[in-house]
Design a protein around this ligand. Structure first.
Ligand code: PEP
Ligand code: MG
Length: 586
């Protein structure tokens, strides 16, 4: 018999969302099997054909089984599954692959991928929007056939019924959105970083997560016992009974710490020298309004509206946008709700919109660039935000503004939306404040010019750091270079704060840096007025602010900026924090 102790394995990754989960593993492996150019000997070609046809038949059976479970035959879901089945019957897809295998002795996956890519290209060039969007279905079908060829199981978050720890290569925003109503205890992924959207959503939902583990999916078998520590960034596979006991205790201690912190939720965020700050929530779903208020949020500093576009096959209507925003605005009453216009593209994609596949999605047609191209989609959202503004204190915010030219183009759309509503005699708040995210270095550098044309700034450090330091924020291999304390970042932040204050507008921060206890003192010293973060981080940040003296922090930041490296700044900061707040854990 194997000693269970010897089978325990500890993996270290990036801590993405605090808390401890203990449970059985549920594997989702979404890495598309990578096809490389490979051939087989002539006598093996028929085996490849047989394997391919088997994978197609298996895919068809799976889709038929899913379709049988859909009761309403007129529903979109049923129709889409029917389209998938029809695509699988398509002789181009199947016959061409078989021909390529026979003629060139290609391996089945390589041949299929070649045919698939060719067809996808054709779909991309189709003028008709409806037909072009079928490319998305084709890609999903292709994925399924390749998975079946590789003999893997397609699983999704939606099928989870029991409390489990999800182990995945990656989770799409569509997957994480489904976690909201599922019994998932926590998750661990091969890829990702602290600021990838999977991590952000985990924090928003308050479930523990570890990302960037590189090979976690390869280490697990289904149903294996797992411990996940989202604070330390550790995943333990097949833990010994002692480890389970140790972590059960840790879990209890964590729950106590959270309960203790909850006392700070209701206290004001005032420093010892009387500087009042505003702590706000970053939210993705209207359902987060209650937890934000309970955590002591003074409003919403960033409402990421992309999530309205996920897990659906059509676009949200103006009415749907409006009713959703209105619900949030009414919940927050006199507190501000900052609604960010869609930031699709990059690592946030919509289920429905067929965005072009780009070499550099983070620098591609995303966010405001996409909106200025797809003006109807954009204006519809702006009208809905304006309409919601008559039900609370709504503010509108544009993402990814690179300079004054782009800002003016976006403001012109707001003007158009205003006049349309006036013409239709629909009420809205005529004083609604409009601001921008400062998250592209060019915007930070030209902050003085931008400040004259908007009502507020909100610094998005997730992207600002990505672009200023040239580090892909979702790439675990370069996450060690993602340094919020890099002197260039601190200088950029200071520049934006000074420009905002010179123009008399408040400067907020809504990137993940704002909710990290380790950076609180530095941001206070840099003069940030409003801090927006995952609601669960609010009590802890408040506790630190309430023990701080603002003018001392300002002087200290002056000293920090004299250092030339992030490492030196980090050690000086750690030393200071340990002196000032010996009871806090950083
Ligand atoms: C940011 O970039 O810091 C930000 C808050 O926006 P997002 O994470 O949604 O890109
Ligand atoms: Mg951003």
């Amino acid at each position: 018999m194997t000693d269970p102790r010897s089978r325990m394995k500890v993996l270290n990754g990036i801590p993405a969302s605090p808390g401890i989960a203990i449970g059985r593993a549920f594997l989702i492996n979404r890495a598309l099997p990578r096809s490389v150019h490979s051939t087989v000997s002539k006598d093996r070609a028929e085996d490849e054909v047989a394997a391919f046809l088997h994978a197609v038949a298996r895919s068809r059976e799976q889709i038929q089984a899913i379709r049988e479970g859909v009761k309403d035959q007129s529903s979109d879901h049923y129709q889409i599954l029917s389209v998938h089945l029809a695509l699988l019957e398509d002789s181009m897809l199947v016959d061409q692959t078989v021909r390529l295998i026979r003629e060139n002795q290609f391996k089945a996956d390589w041949a299929f991928n070649k045919v698939l890519q060719g067809l996808l290209e054709t779909f991309r060039r189709i003028e008709d929007k409806y037909l072009r969007e079928r490319g998305h279905d084709l890609r999903q079908i292709g994925h399924r056939v390749l998975e079946n060829l590789a003999g893997r199981l397609m699983e999704s978050v939606a099928s989870i019924r029991d409390p489990v720890v999800v182990i995945a290569h990656d989770l799409s925003p569509a997957d994480t959105a489904q976690i909201l109503n599922s019994p998932v205890l926590g998750f661990a992924t091969d890829v990702g970083s602290k600021t990838s959207h999977t991590a952000i959503t985990a924090r928003a939902l308050g479930i523990p997560a570890v990302v960037g583990l590189e090979r976690v999916t390869g280490e697990f078998a289904e149903n294996e016992e797992t411990i996940l520590d989202g604070e330390e960034g550790v995943v333990i596979i097949r833990p010994t009974p002692e480890k389970v006991r140790e972590y059960t205790e840790k879990k209890k201690a964590y729950a106590l710490r959270i309960r203790d912190l909850a006392k700070f939720a209701k206290l004001p965020a005032v420093t010892r020298d009387g500087k009042t700050l505003r702590l706000l929530a970053n939210i993705e779903f209207p359902e987060e309004a209650d937890v934000s208020l309970r955590s002591g949020a003074d409003g919403v500093g960033l409402y990421r509206t992309e999530f309205l576009y996920l897990n659906r096959k059509d676009l949200p209507s103006e009415e749907e946008h409006y009713l959703t925003y209105r619900r949030v605005a009414e919940k927050f009453g006199r507190h501000p709700v900052t609604i960010r216009t869609i930031d699709l593209g990059g690592d946030k994609f919509a289920s429905h919109l067929e965005l072009a596949e780009e070499m550099n999605p983070a620098m591609g047609l995303r966010a405001i660039r996409f909106c200025l191209r797809e003006r109807d989609i954009f204006k519809q959202q702006v009208r809905a935000i304006l309409r919601a503004s008559s039900h609370g204190k709504v503010q509108l915010m544009f993402p990814m503004i690179s300079g004054v030219g782009e800002l003016r183009a976006a403001l012109a759309v707001v003007e158009e939306a205003r006049s349309e509503l006036k013409k239709r005699r629909i009420s809205f708040d005529r004083q609604m404040r409009v601001g921008i995210m400062v998250e592209i270095p060019s915007a930070a550098i030209c902050a003085d010019q931008l400040a004259r044309e908007v009502d507020f700034f909100s610094i998005g450090t997730n992207d600002l750091i990505q672009y200023a330091l040239a580090i892909d924020r979702v790439n675990e291999h370069v996450s060690y270079l993602y340094e919020p304390l890099h002197p260039a970042i601190l200088r950029l932040i200071r520049r934006v704060v000074d420009a905002g204050h010179d123009a008399g507008i408040p400067v907020a921060m809504c990137g993940e840096m704002a909710g990290e206890p380790f950076y609180v003192y530095v941001l206070l010293g840099l003069g940030i007025d409003e801090w927006s973060m995952s609601p669960t981080s609010i009590p802890r940040v408040k506790r630190i602010l309430r023990k701080s003296v603002a003018y001392e922090a300002r002087d200290f930041v002056g000293e920090l900026l004299a250092h030339a490296t992030a490492a030196d700044i980090g050690s000086a900061l750690r030393k200071k924090l340990e002196d000032l707040f010996p009871e806090e854990r950083f």
